[in-house]
Structures are given as structure tokens and as C-alpha cells.
Write a protein of this length. Structure first.
Length: 111
């Protein structure tokens, strides 16, 4: 970049570099401005890339969150349907509540 600026300045001056200190200071100031401009452009470009990446990540996260919530809702509906079907089957069988499994009689321990 700096070499390019020197070539540009040499071209502007007719191919000859002048040795006047004021011109040299102007060249240095112009190079500094060009370097600052280039740095700002790079920073702006980097900032834009970071913003784009963050937006893409946020969009992907939102999509995944929506999918997970949708699957949870679907599973909740299925569980509700299963509970209703079990209750209907129990009613048809004449069982009102789930009773605890009867305990097995204890075997006598002496023989």
C-alpha cells in the first residue's frame, strides 16, 4: 500500500521526487491519511462481517428454538391424547381409578 502511494505521488510529480521538506511533509501526511482511510475501511468491513455473522447466528438460534418449542407442543398433545385414551379404556373396563397392585401374600418362613 505504501509503495503504491509513493508510485502515485511520483507519477503526480512527473516521475521525479522533489526534495523540498514541505512536499515531503505533505507526502507523509497524505500517506497517513490514506493509511487511516484504509484502516477505517478495513474496520468497517470487519464490523459489517461480524454483524452479518451475528445476525445469521441469531436467525439460526431462533429457528432452532421454534422447532424445539413446536416439538414440545406436539409431544404434549400426544401425551394428552394418550391420557384420554387410557381413561376411556379404564372406563370401558369398569375401572375408575388405578389401584395399587395387590401385595403378594408373604410365604411362610418355616419348613
Amino acid at each position: 500500500m505504501v509503495t503504491h502511494l509513493f508510485q502515485l505521488l511520483a507519477w503526480k510529480q512527473g516521475g521525479k521526487r522533489k526534495s523540498d521538506p514541505r512536499i515531503r511533509r505533505c507526502e507523509v501526511a497524505e500517506m497517513r491519511r490514506a493509511n487511516i482511510s484504509a484502516g477505517l475501511l478495513q474496520l468497517s468491513s470487519f464490523r459489517l462481517q461480524v454483524q452479518t455473522l451475528l445476525q445469521q447466528m441469531q436467525d439460526k438460534f431462533q429457528t432452532m428454538s421454534d422447532q424445539i418449542i413446536g416439538r414440545i407442543d406436539e409431544m404434549s398433545t400426544r401425551i394428552d391424547d394418550l391420557e384420554k385414551n387410557i381413561a376411556d379404556l379404564m372406563t370401558q373396563a369398569g375401572v375408575e381409578e388405578i389401584e395399587a397392585a395387590p401385595e403378594k401374600p408373604k410365604e411362610s418362613q418355616g419348613s
